[in-house]
Design a protein around this ligand. Structure first.
Ligand SMILES: *[C@@H]1O[C@H](CO)[C@@H](O)[C@H](O)[C@H]1NC(C)=O
Ligand SMILES: *[C@@H]1O[C@H](CO)[C@@H](O)[C@H](O)[C@H]1NC(C)=O
Ligand SMILES: *[C@@H]1O[C@H](CO)[C@@H](O)[C@H](O)[C@H]1NC(C)=O
Ligand SMILES: *[C@@H]1O[C@H](CO)[C@@H](O)[C@H](O)[C@H]1NC(C)=O
Ligand SMILES: *[C@@H]1O[C@H](CO)[C@@H](O)[C@H](O)[C@H]1NC(C)=O
Length: 477
């Protein structure tokens, strides 16, 4: 979900070095990574949800329509207080609700199922400041205190992590933002220096070596994927990872933007020689491409565009078509099977969509971006294995392997002696379109996913890794 923010630049925040992504097979113990499966919740109306989170007006009512995508369980405080959190690669603050807020005390106890945090009940709580205030473009938000306390996720405990408490809140679920620190509201709003959010604190505490994480969402029919902080799982993708530079906005690395250079459907070239910035956003259900590209794809697959829905529909039988929609980023190409683009949909009263002749109708996974920055949402991301390397401002991508249970976790390091395992893309194209529609004031904090991951039991196959606790925690001893 988009964060509204007033940018105030804090000196010394930006990292200036740009090492490549280095991977290393640790020989003195299991890899130092923190991982846990991410679980998908159904989105009954992905279109409506995306539309609400993408618009810039204030729509308080949108929350009831917002279906969580990926979420994780964590705990805060001593003794531990349990929370279910949206995992959000777009925003950068962890914040949670408190049981005494007007929202949480309101009828139906909306925060009960997702959990709350009570500072008074924690012996390890520590107050920082009262300037926590996050607002999303859909009108939701939270404000209150910035504090620190112990935080546990994926079997890993951090003794001290900064987060916000929503003493005033309009969202019943807490958010675990893991994006660029420049997006923290303390930076954008209060003009303070950045603090260590979760990935940065994992590095500071030596739990992982580098501020980087990998996302494997798995396919449309699967409900769990995984996120791995500080490592990659070489069994979850085909071939080798290709490394692309994150594109800056007005001189700043603030969002996960990369350059899309071409689109093909089977042997048909839809667009080539592009230099289009696209936002990788796991919090978006659909993929939003420039209108001309979207129209050309619709024409090829005979999708029927509905202007009232802002999206297109296709016969569900298209899912069995073996043509792939291919996206090229300078050189690596990610192929999306048609089955990943044909999304079961129902009418508002829950009935299947059927044409007069009985043909079943499905939602198509590509929609027009209009004047907004194009977004590679879950219909794209499920087919890609993505490494978000914040330390080096790079994104490494490869074609995903669906449904595999094999695993081989390799640590991401920063040392020069580490073995490089991802190849930088030669002559990567700088984006010339899609960037600049936001000025810095808007760009800082506009990222968005409000997706989430759910901590579940460790996967059955752990390979050579040691599993500690319910999640997966690997530490070099
Ligand atoms: C915490 O306890 C203090 C003192 O008992 C009380 O004033 C305050 O309202 C409590 N805060 C919360 C969030 O419950
Ligand atoms: C938080 O920010 C919003 C939007 O700028 C503002 O309306 C609200 O008053 C702020 N809340 C607090 C407690 O400062
Ligand atoms: C992955 O597994 C699900 C069942 O869990 C199945 O429906 C789906 O077809 C599988 N996908 C692939 C690509 O094999
Ligand atoms: C699959 O879809 C493409 C694009 O619409 C079409 O050209 C092709 O004929 C289809 N293949 C089959 C087997 O229907
Ligand atoms: C996450 O926490 C919720 C609430 O305590 C619980 O119902 C759910 O089973 C948990 N999920 C996992 C995978 O641990």
């Amino acid at each position: 979900m988009k964060v509204l923010s007033t940018f105030a630049f804090a000196a010394g925040l930006l990292s200036t070095f740009s090492d490549a992504l280095y991977l290393q097979r640790r020989t003195d113990g299991p890899p130092k990574v923190v991982g846990f499966p991410v679980q998908r919740k159904n989105v009954p109306n992905p279109l409506l949800r995306d539309r609400l989170r993408r618009r810039t007006g204030t729509v308080q009512a949108s929350l009831q329509n917002e279906a969580t995508l990926y979420f994780a369980n964590g705990t805060l405080g001593t003794p531990a207080q349990s929370l279910r959190l949206h995992l959000d690669t777009g925003s950068s603050d962890l914040w949670v609700n408190t049981p005494t807020s007007v929202l949480c005390k309101s009828r139906g106890s909306p925060c009960a199922s997702t959990g709350t945090y009570s500072a008074n009940l924690s012996s390890t709580y520590s107050y920082i400041a009262s300037d926590f205030n996050i607002s999303y473009v859909d009108g939701s938000g939270a404000s209150g205190d910035y504090v620190t306390d112990t935080f546990t996720i994926g079997g890993t405990s951090l003794s001290k992590l900064q987060f916000g408490i929503g003493y005033t809140s309009s969202s019943s679920e807490g958010i675990l933002g893991i994006g660029y620190q420049i997006n923290e509201v303390q930076v954008g709003r209060a003009g303070k220096a950045a603090y260590n959010n979760l990935p940065a604190q994992l590095v500071a505490d030596g739990v992982i070596q580098s501020n980087a994480f990998s996302l494997w969402l798995n396919d449309l029919d699967a409900s769990t994927g995984s996120i791995l902080f500080g490592g990659i799982d070489t069994e979850k993708f085909e071939g080798t990872l290709a490394t692309l530079p994150v594109q800056k906005e007005s001189g700043y690395y603030a969002e996960f933007l990369i350059t899309l250079t071409g689109v093909s459907l089977g042997n048909t070239v839809i667009a080539s020689n592009q230099a289009q910035a696209v936002l990788l956003d796991s919090g978006s259900s659909l993929t939003y491409l420039p209108n001309s590209i979207t129209e050309a794809i619709y024409e090829q697959v005979s999708a029927q565009y509905s202007s009232s829905d802002g999206a297109a529909f296709v016969p569900c039988s298209l899912a069995s078509n073996t043509t792939t929609l291919d996206f090229t980023f300078s050189s690596p190409t990610i192929s999306i099977p048609m089955s990943e683009l044909v999304i079961p949909a129902t009418s508002s009263d829950g009935r299947p969509l059927v044409e007069a002749d009985g043909t079943k109708i499905c939602l198509f996974g590509i929609a027009p971006a209009g004047s907004s920055t194009p977004v590679m949402g879950d219909t794209f991301i499920r087919s890609a294995y993505l490494v978000y390397d914040l330390a080096n401002n790079e994104i490494s991508i490869a074609q995903t392997k669906f449904n595999t249970t094999a695993t081989n976790v390799v640590e991401i390091t920063t040392g020069s002696s580490a073995v490089p395992d991802a190849t930088a893309v030669a002559n990567s194209v700088a984006a010339s379109a899609g960037i600049g529609s936001n000025n810095v004031a808007n760009a800082i904090g506009t990222s968005t996913s409000k997706g989430a991951a759910q901590k579940t039991a460790a996967p059955v196959s752990l390979g050579a890794m040691a599993a500690v606790g319910a999640g997966m925690f690997y530490a070099a001893m």
